[in-house]
Design a protein around this ligand. Structure first.
Ligand code: NAP
Length: 255
């Protein structure tokens, strides 16, 4: 492999939340770049089956809720039973919900933190025994990790925790030379807008109009554009990149 090539020939990849949006686009990009096998996870079996129809037979869909430790253990066991070791783990599964500070419930708090923080923490910890030496972990945070976006304080803080994990784990995994980096997408057009944030077509159009002004790129991102940055972080081309946050946001958080 040349110093600048990005390929995943013969590699085993795990993408949590691989049935939709950024995870689905990343799974497709890993396949296009030669991956041998891709495990994708999510809660909905139907969405996972639909993703497999799109992605083809290199994909192994596994129904697993990251907020349940027993599901994560089962995921570990299925990968191990196939005799696979992991070259790349993309811990991507996450949710976005609004919360109004002053009226936020304990359930709202737990829902966001159980998935985005506890779920991501135990995803990585559960699969750690299967990670190869010098393998790569990419965590999906968000530019929200460094912003105070209104009515999203739980989401913003959950993503700040994710960004922090990458710093700590890059250090914790030094002996195994496993790199841990963070991708922080900006506003990216995926189903999370309708599903989690409850946005209607008009809200999305308003958001687009705002970005035309506020972001140097002048538009929302496409899942494929985030996937390209994920593949860079996961690749041997990034062999000296560790503990960073790569913002793929059309410049929104940088100006
Ligand atoms: N889109 C954006 O603008 C944006 C910006 C910054 C960061 N992000 C981050 O990018 C990641 C992916 O989001 P997306 O925009 O691609 O959204 P999406 O299209 O809604 O995809 C989310 C994926 O995560 C899965 N998922 C959700 N909760 C899960 C759980 N408890 N256990 C396992 N899987 C779960 C979903 O499948 P099921 O519903 O079937 O479980 C789905 O496959 C998230 O972490 C999000 O915070 C997105």
């Amino acid at each position: 492999m040349s110093a600048t090539s990005i390929d995943f020939n013969d590699q085993v990849i795990v993408v949590t939340g691989g049935s939709s949006g950024i995870g689905l686009a990343s799974a497709q990009a890993f396949i296009n770049a030669g991956a041998k096998r891709i495990y994708i996870t999510g809660r909905s079996k139907t969405k996972l089956e639909q993703a497999r129809e799109i992605l083809g037979n290199k994909v192994i869909p596994i129904t697993a809720d990251v907020a349940r430790i027993s599901d994560l253990q089962a995921l570990h066991d299925k990968i191990a039973a196939n005799g696979d070791q992991i070259d790349v783990l993309f811990a991507n599964a996450g949710i976005a919900n609004h919360n109004q500070f002053g009226n936020t419930t304990e359930v709202e708090f737990s829902t966001t933190f159980d998935t985005n923080v506890k779920g991501l923490f135990f995803t990585v910890q559960s699969l750690l025994p299967l990670m190869k030496p010098a393998s790569a972990i990419v965590l999906n945070a968000s530019i929200a990790a460094s912003k105070g976006m209104p009515n999203l304080s739980l989401y913003n803080a959950s993503k700040a925790a994710v960004r922090s994990f990458a710093r700590s784990w890059a250090n914790d995994l030094k002996d195994r030379q496993i790199r841990v980096n963070t991708i922080s997408p900006g506003v990216t057009r995926t189903p999370i807008m309708e599903n989690g944030l409850g946005m209607k077509e008009e809200d999305i159009a308003n958001f687009s109009a705002y970005l035309a002004d506020a972001a140097p790129a002048g538009r929302m991102g496409r899942p494929e554009e985030i996937a390209a940055a994920v593949l860079f972080l996961a690749s041997k081309t990034a062999s000296y990149v560790n503990g960073v946050e790569l913002c793929a946001d059309g410049g929104l958080s940088q100006v």
